[in-house]
Design a protein. Structure first.
Lengths: 331, 305
């Protein structure tokens, strides 16, 4: 199969899945008891609250909320296609959801990007040792401790780190992604300042997620080690280091690419609690605020973006795998 | 079956079957004990289950509003783990909290197993269009980001035990459906299925009598892994303050949420922040270890890896 056809098929898959997710998103709000339009409009019209009155009428007209379900569905889809995710009803009343999300997305991507790179780096180091020394004490120690980290709820780890390295021994900042005087710094100190603020959040990601990479590499290494070419490499008299670097790792590394792409797809899910705890103004904290203020349009917008991220990351993972693995490319 | 020889026969057959099952079960137990991962996991889980169930014996009845004392006391002889911000004994909350967390996790996992196994069985056995539709649906639910999805579900349905269970089950069934489907596809090729079909057995009969018993061990392994994930998910949702409001007992996640809300840890009051987190971690780890161990026992191909 040629590359173009595969890419085309992936594209169709992405579009179809996104369409289905949008539909699910629409119908989720129809299973409510009573009038489904109720939660999609701001409450408390009347008295001094004039904004929510006009917003109510505006939203009702824009989303056809007085029309039958099917019409509403068509209107919803049409609006989505035009990039209209709706308007916030409680958190930032009247502001378009797409605008709010666009403001918050970059810092989340940055945080998750940094966290992915470091988790991957540490995961490769640990996975290499435990895969090569399978069953020996070092392997048991690494596997158990990474699994232990994986079992810890990230909000709990985040709070612990915040307490020990932010409050008890105040080494790292405890709040936000930049200092108050950020604007007056030169570019270099701006980068340093931000990095300094992101150490603890990123560390939380690494502790709770490094198992994702180290176990992937460990398992693929153990698949590779019994192969004939490894026996040959050993018989040639190569040192362990050479066998590992030249022969085992290049083949075992492939699943890591997929793992990394898939991991990056969980941007929002992973960032939600961590951003909240470290008060980083990203998409995750936005989700927290939307949930607490019951801002349904905002929640559904974030859900859509998060799902879009996963779907795209899945497709990218498949394509990357194909590009770097000649066996898959030929097949 | 009114004559005595007939009924005796039934009893004998029954005994024989139970006997065979017992022998098989004992053999299986021995394998579990021999698999260090599974055994350690089992011990961990049993410890926490017994601890939660024995809560009334160990710390007395769940405290009412009126049994509160001075809030935020550090650990002492009277309160081994101190008291929380509302003046409840932390140790009491902790032991009872396990009941809520585990009950939600077990029920949600049971629901997820029923849905996942059913879909996996039907998709794997009938194949073709049925499989196409069900597999696409499974893939679809696999890519849905679980936390935002569960959060929407919980907020629109209201934070109760039932909705929490539904939300967790909805995000955890797809993995099982996938695993069961692929197992069914390999079992379907075996001789005894062909033989059954040749003598005219209906699809539903074959599924129930031949396929299901053969995938059942795998379902158990998946159930254990799902419980592990469910405890985790419950903790996250409760940390969001969406812990079930129709149950007066706080779950572990709710306890951490309480500590977070009143900045308990930041003020150095670790005793009602630390323990629930450690309990969540160890339970999640225990179920995960048992689950992976069971998979290893059931699937010899994994053991060689």
């Amino acid at each position: 199969m040629n590359l173009r056809r595969i890419l085309l098929r992936k594209l169709v898959y992405v579009v179809l899945t996104v369409f289905l997710i949008a539909s699910l998103n629409f119908f989720l709000f129809q299973i409510l008891p009573g009038d489904p339009t109720r939660v999609l409009l701001p409450k408390g019209c009347g008295g001094s609250n004039v904004t929510s009155c006009t917003l109510r009428e505006e939203l009702k007209a824009e989303w056809g909320l007085d029309q039958p379900v099917f019409n509403r569905y068509v209107i919803y889809m049409t609006n989505l296609l035009q990039g209209n995710l709706g308007k916030s009803i409680t958190f930032r009343q009247g502001l378009p959801v797409a605008t709010i999300i666009a403001q918050r997305l970059p810092i989340t991507m940055l945080l998750v990007g940094i966290a992915t790179v470091f988790s991957l780096w540490l995961g490769i180091i640990l996975g290499r040792i435990s895969g090569w020394r399978r069953g020996r004490p070092s392997d048991v120690l690494i596997t158990l401790s990474t699994l232990f980290g994986y079992s810890m709820p990230s909000f709990w780890v985040g709070l612990l780190l915040l307490f020990y390295f932010g409050v008890a021994i105040p080494v790292f900042p405890t709040f936000g992604d930049r200092s108050a005087n950020f604007a007056s710094m030169d570019l270099f100190s701006q980068i340093a300042d931000m990095a300094w603020h992101l150490v603890l959040p990123a560390l939380t990601f690494v502790i709770t997620n490094v198992a994702w990479f180290s176990l992937t590499l460990r398992n693929s290494l153990t698949d590779v080690l019994p192969e004939d070419y490894m026996v040959t490499a050993n018989a040639k008299g190569l040192t362990e280091r050479q066998q590992l670097r030249r022969h085992a790792l290049p083949n075992a590394r492939l699943p890591l690419v997929t793992a990394a792409a898939l991991y990056f797809g969980w941007v929002v899910s992973g960032a939600i609690v961590i951003e909240q705890i470290f008060a980083i103004n990203g998409l995750g904290q936005l989700e927290w605020e939307a949930t607490l203020s019951l801002d349904y349009p905002l929640m559904s917008g974030i859900f859509l973006i998060a799902a879009l991220g996963v779907v795209i990351a899945n497709a990218v993972a498949d394509i990357l795998y194909m590009l770097i693995d000649p066996r898959v490319r030929e097949a | 079956m009114s004559t005595s020889p007939d009924s005796l026969d039934t009893v004998a057959i029954f005994r024989e079957r139970i006997g065979a099952d017992l022998v098989r079960f004992r053999k299986f137990l021995r394998q579990v004990v021999r698999n260090r991962l599974a055994f350690a996991g089992l011990i961990l889980i049993m410890f926490f289950i017994v601890l939660s169930l024995a809560a009334p014996l160990l710390v007395g009845p769940y405290p009412t509003q009126f049994q509160r004392t001075t809030p935020e006391q550090p650990p002492s002889d009277r309160h081994l783990l101190g008291t929380d911000v509302q003046g409840y004994d932390t140790l009491t909350l902790l032991l009872y909290g396990g009941q809520v967390s585990l009950l939600i996790a077990f029920t949600a996992s049971a629901v997820a197993m029923i849905v996942g196994t059913l879909i996996g069985l039907v998709a794997g056995y009938y194949g073709r269009l049925t499989d196409q539709v069900l597999s696409r649906a499974t893939d679809f639910f696999l890519v849905i980001p679980w936390l935002p999805f569960a959060l929407i579900l919980m907020t629109i349905m209201g934070p109760t035990m039932a909705t929490m269970i539904i939300a967790i089950a909805l995000v955890s069934w797809p993995t099982t459906a996938r695993v069961i489907r692929s197992q069914v596809i390999t079992i379907k090729q075996r001789m005894f299925i062909t033989r059954s079909r040749a003598i005219g057995a209906a699809g539903s009969h074959i599924l129930r009598k031949h396929v299901l018993p053969n995938v059942m061990p795998l379902v158990w392994a998946e159930a254990v892994l799902t419980i592990s994930g469910a405890v985790f998910t419950e903790a996250f949702l409760s940390f969001f303050g969406l812990g079930p409001k129709d149950n007066p007992i706080f779950s572990w996640g709710t306890m951490v949420n309480q500590s977070y809300q009143d900045l308990g840890l930041l003020a150095g009051r670790w005793w009602y922040f630390g323990p629930p987190g450690i309990f969540i971690t160890l339970v999640v780890l225990g179920f995960a270890m048992l689950g992976y161990g069971l998979e290893e026992i059931l699937n010899p191909a994994l053991r060689r890896r």
